[in-house]
Ligand binder design. Sequence first.
Ligand code: HMG
Ligand code: MG
Length: 299
Amino acid sequence: GLPDRVTIYEVGPRDGLQNEDAVVPVADKAEFVTRLAEAGLRTIETTSFVHPKWIPQLADAAELLDVLPRDPDLRYPVLVPNERGLDRALANGCTEIAVFGSATETFARRNLNRTVDESLEMFAPVVERALAEGLWVRAYVSMVCGDPWEGDVPIEQVVSVSRRLMDMGCSQLSLGDTIGVGTPGQVTALIEAHKAAGIGADRLAVHFHDTYGQALSNTLAALRAGVTTVDASAGGIGGCPYAESATGNLATEDLVWMLHGLGIDTGVDLGRLVATSHWMAGRLGRPSPSRVVQALTST
Ligand code: HMG
Ligand code: MG
């Protein structure tokens, strides 16, 4: 069966904008987040407290959080890789954070300058302190369906990293197909393996990049396996500068079109969302890769 309602975890301002060549002015970022909230999105990953040299696009994290509208209904998780990042997140009033691990050694090295073990050791005190401060903590695992340098990634290797992150006490685990190579059978097997390892579908989210056009099919497979939280990026912008061949995430509009067509509630106003992505595409100087945005804005 399929769920009645899906929670969309919007990553456009973070995963989207981190990979744009243009550094978007903070006022435009604030308008982007505000309009996404007005379109009905309730969880918006806004930025990252990573090293500004690694992701210059998000170096303005503190300024952005300072000007965003606050509402008890609105959740603004931010990426935090280490204790320095946590200090910055706490200083800026964040109540939701996400640590981000890798299923593969090559990506851990390229993205975090650490081995997989060293990166988990880096996260452990972050998660512990965040939980003690009453924060909500998400964990990502990247390269769950394949790695551009290592090729196939064994499911057991993914589950082992997932298990270690969840044992730290993280509330939610987002399975990242960073380079968009996965297909639905693989996604089903991955989710079933997590359930078998004691990580239920209620604690899982899926994070698909659409490089090979599989993101929506993969999402449907995840919904059928019981997942009800889906990551997406408004307009399909995004990628990861440290993962060769990663393109944008599943577009939020494409996801909403499918979910509403299936009679699944999202709380999102598609018209307002499309208008927002159309506007952002203008600011970025390139058309949105979302098929739904293209279909609904062509004249
Ligand atoms: P490092 O160079 O090993 O850092 O980088 P370090 O711990 O050796 O520290 C070096 C210096 O950086 C120190 O300064 C620190 O204070 C400073 P110094 O004492 O030399 O003056 N520093 C910081 N400054 C500000 N904020 C911080 C911070 N940390 C250290 N947080 C590090 C290690 C983790 C910091 C670096 O590798 C990094 O920032 N990586 C982030 C990369 C990233 O953001 N990638 C994109 C997000 S992941 C993604 O997109 C995938 C996802 O979407 C899921 C999917 O698709 O699969 C989530
Ligand atoms: Mg991503």
